[in-house]
Ligand binder design. Structure first.
Ligand code: GDP
Length: 339
């Protein structure tokens, strides 16, 4: 996403560092939201303040449960999150933060209201915080600053954090690296997802929910569950966990406690096998590597000869006049001699 799009999300004036810190620690949802806007901004002054804010909050960051929820548009993610969120807030008395990566439009302010209506009951619950963030690319996936947003929510004391993404088969590795549990929502009759899973994201999945398992769909959902279970059992799970497949009607809120229990069982399994910390550590390692790649790209693109050469070479690659390999070599050479 162009940086201009992200910075246009600035909502109002900036606060002082101490105001952000106090507001986030007091779980003031308006300030938490502004703090996330700050860390999503690309303005240099905001980046500096955002970094200071994260550093000030680090001693207060408590470990949360991070649940990644992914699925195609229309599968019922928001209905499911509303039902699960309400189970956790009203039923268990715990707080929930939902970070939904908004694939619709990077600059659409309307999406915030849209999300309020998407998760109407949860949005009205004072133990819940719902925050849509613009997606990095057109295909959905993880927002560029999702990890930082998670840390802010953790500092604000949210014990449970949902990261909602649109499943596109590309973002799952990053979501998996960010979350403790990665849940894929599918429809009763959808063979497409089964294909996608077989193509390579299966090892990312900790659980599958066949949603809309109600009314006439129930029998078909049962068949889908058997198919998904077979596909998942072909691979050993992480840390001794065997991924599970559950049926659910988010609309009728059936099976919600059982699905939450699946999460808790997974947590207990990973704790007892000692792999919980390892999974977080691997996620942090990937995060560091992504930051380095991003930083290197910035350095690369800031070299004048690169910005001069790139548009022409990209056009040549698009038109098939030069191979991607040859174009990349020319750019890397220009970079080496231009520094
Ligand atoms: P999202 O795009 O994945 O967030 O999907 P939504 O939660 O907006 O749901 C899309 C549509 O499916 C809405 O009309 C929901 O009412 C409906 N829906 C969601 N969950 C269920 C369910 O469990 N059963 C049925 N029958 N419909 C559902």
């Amino acid at each position: 996403m162009p940086s201009s799009a992200r910075t246009t999300r600035r909502l109002g004036a900036r606060l002082q560092l101490a105001e952000y810190v106090a507001g986030v620690l007091a779980a003031d949802r308006a300030i938490l939201s502004q703090a996330i806007t700050l860390i999503e901004s690309d303005l240099p002054a905001d980046a500096e303040l955002g970094m200071q804010l994260l550093e000030a909050l680090i001693p207060h960051i408590a470990k949360s449960r991070r649940l990644g929820i992914s699925g195609a548009p229309g599968v019922g993610k928001s209905t499911f999150i509303d039902a699960l969120g309400i189970h956790i807030t009203r039923g268990l008395g715990e707080r929930v933060a939902v970070l939904s990566v908004d694939p619709s439009s990077p600059i659409s302010r309307g999406s915030i209201l849209g999300d309020k209506t998407r998760m109407a009951r949860l949005a009205a619950d004072e133990r819940a915080f719902i925050r849509p963030s613009p997606a990095a690319g057109q295909l959905g996936g993880v927002a560029p600053r999702t990890r930082e947003a998670i840390l802010l929510c953790e500092a604000a004391g949210y014990r449970n954090i949902f990261i909602e993404t649109v499943g596109v088969g590309q973002s799952e590795t990053t979501v998996h690296a960010i979350c403790d549990f990665f849940l894929l929502l599918v429809l009763p009759g959808a063979g497409d997802e089964l294909q996608m899973i077989k193509r390579g994201i299966m090892e990312m999945i900790d659980g599958i929910v066949v949603n809309k398992a109600d009314g006439d769909n129930r029998a078909q959902a049962e068949r889908a569950r058997a198919e998904y279970a077979t596909a998942l059992h072909l691979l050993p799970g992480y840390g001794g966990w065997t991924p599970r497949v559950a049926l659910c009607s988010s609309l009728e809120a059936t099976d919600i406690p059982e699905i939450w229990q699946m999460m808790l069982d997974h947590e207990a399994q990973l704790e007892s096998s000692g792999r919980s910390a390892e999974r977080r550590a691997l996620g942090n390692l990937q995060w560091m590597r992504e930051l380095i790649s991003g930083g290197l790209s910035e350095i690369f693109n800031s070299v004048p000869s690169i910005s001069e050469l790139t548009p022409q070479l990209e056009d040549d690659v698009r038109r098939g006049r030069i191979t991607p390999h040859a174009a990349s070599r020319r750019l890397l050479k220009a970079f080496q001699s231009g520094r």
